[in-house]
Design a protein around this ligand. Structure first.
Ligand SMILES: Cc1cc2nc3c(=O)[nH]c(=O)nc-3n(C[C@H](O)[C@H](O)[C@H](O)COP(=O)(O)OP(=O)(O)OC[C@H]3O[C@@H](n4cnc5c(N)ncnc54)[C@H](O)[C@@H]3O)c2cc1C
Length: 414
């Protein structure tokens, strides 16, 4: 079987990339070892995060480092066994999080973040998925007066980004989200983002649009990728598939592909969990709520209220555990006392694919003609999938890119 372009990986990044290549006339086959949207794109918090204009950085203050060092925080935990292996990556991430470098990363990411909602909107409309997307923004809530005061001051520093938000004092917040607990003292309602009540369903809906428009989805193993007579070839359930070019969008599994080809990208994994809950007395959570101190999000989802945790540093393939989820769940029951029983047998475990300089890798491989990368979208892959799919497709087809792709170049790690 032959096609012009193989896209490897049918997460939100791969599916969006396939759609954008297809829209530019490429004959595309999308390949995944599983069904579309079953990786990290299945279980995230569902925020299309237009307001996240500053990348998620490594904490720099001594107080924060000491606090995290004790390994008892709900938002970040680490496996002691994994720490020596993760240390070089963490050091690199820490260096890149220095104020001037973080400002540069924010400037580089802005063109992508600015377009994230409109790029999703076009696909949501075309795929008939408006029912799974809400335009109510999300609310960041506070329990500590000092932290709330600091957040209000910091928000003013974002004025030049033109973000829409409302600062909610306790009564205003209680009026907007009526079932919150009494220790919540206020919040910031970010109005630009959209939220998705079934992120895996959204990804599958985009994949269905790709197929409806004439694309093919076939199950296969990206690890079989090889070059044969000047073409790229991958084994699939329908036999070998050959193509002129291949775009690798394998998210947290990207290393499985690029390492055998001789690329050494510093891809780090930040693990995170989710669990669904029933609610008591038919209580409804109206908005997605982020408890900044706890580092978790409570989101109204198709299956119930989904709690997604912050970061766990542990080996990517180490078994999951309930330590972080339990810590967050205790806080969540105070934040939203109507949180009922658990609905899943075990917590879902996801892996955020992260580069230490907080920019994804989007562009051509430096040593293999016809090989392209689109991975490393970290905390915001759901947000950035469609806009990064556009950029990659523009580069592959030689169209003028909507933004300078240099900050995302794979060659920066050569
Ligand atoms: C707890 C949590 C909460 C999050 N919340 C948000 C949020 O609110 N908003 C947001 O924007 N982002 C969020 N994220 C991040 C976001 O989910 C990821 O950045 C995004 O899903 C990455 O998408 P992807 O397509 O690169 O990877 P994936 O979705 O993991 O897709 C990679 C695909 O590659 C396939 N694959 C892997 N190996 C092979 C192989 N050998 N052969 C064939 N196929 C293979 C996998 O099956 C998978 O389908 C969150 C992440 C976590 C963990």
């Amino acid at each position: 079987m032959y096609c012009q372009t193989i896209v490897l990986g049918a997460g939100i990044v791969g599916v969006s990339t396939a759609l954008h290549l297809q829209a530019r006339g490429r004959q595309v086959i999308l390949i995944d070892r599983d069904t579309p949207g079953s990786g990290t794109s299945h279980g995230n918090a569902g925020l299309i995060e237009r307001s996240s204009v500053i990348p998620y950085a490594f904490p720099r203050s001594v107080g924060a480092l000491l606090r995290y060092g004790l390994n008892r925080q709900p938002d970040v935990r680490y496996s002691l066994l994994h720490l020596p292996k993760a240390a070089p990556w963490l050091l690199r991430y820490w260096r890149q999080s220095a104020p001037s470098r973080l400002a540069a990363a924010a400037a580089d990411m802005l063109p992508l973040v600015q377009r994230c909602v409109e790029e999703h909107d076009a696909l949501i409309e075309a795929a008939g998925l408006t029912a799974v997307v809400q335009a109510k923004g999300w609310i960041e809530v506070y329990r500590d007066p000092a932290l709330f005061a600091q957040a209000k001051a910091e928000v003013k520093g974002l004025a030049r980004y033109g973000l829409r938000y409302e600062i909610l004092e306790r009564e205003q917040l209680q009026a907007r989200e009526q079932r919150l607990g009494n220790d919540v003292i206020g919040g910031i309602h970010w109005l630009d983002p959209k939220t998705v009540s079934n992120p895996g369903g959204l990804t599958r809906g985009y994949a269905a649009l790709f197929v409806k428009r004439g694309g093919q989805f076939i199950q296969g193993d990206a690890r079989s990728l090889r070059q044969v007579d000047g073409h790229w070839q991958v084994d699939s359930q329908r036999g070998p598939i050959s193509a002129d070019e291949v775009v690798a969008c394998l998210g947290p599994q990207s290393a499985e592909l690029y390492a055998p080809l001789g690329y050494r990208f510093p891809l780090g994994i930040k693990r995170g969990y989710h669990m669904h809950y029933a609610t008591l007395d038919d209580a409804q959570l109206q908005h997605s709520i982020c408890d900044t101190q706890g580092g978790y999000v409570l989101a109204p989802m198709a299956r119930g209220v989904r709690l997604t945790t912050g970061i766990e540093f542990a080996a990517s393939d180490a078994p999951g555990n309930e330590i972080q989820l339990n810590r967050c769940e205790t806080l969540a029951r105070q934040l939203f006392p109507a949180l009922g029983e658990r609905l899943d047998d075990t917590p879902w475990l996801g892996r955020r694919p992260c580069m230490p300089d907080m920019r994804p890798v989007i562009g051509p491989a430096s040593r293999h003609k016809g090989l392209w990368f689109n991975f490393g979208h970290a905390h915001h892959g759901l947000t950035l999938g469609p806009v990064c799919g556009r950029l990659l497709a523009e580069l592959v087809t030689g169209e003028a890119p909507f933004t300078d792709p240099a900050p995302y170049s794979a060659a920066r790690f050569d």
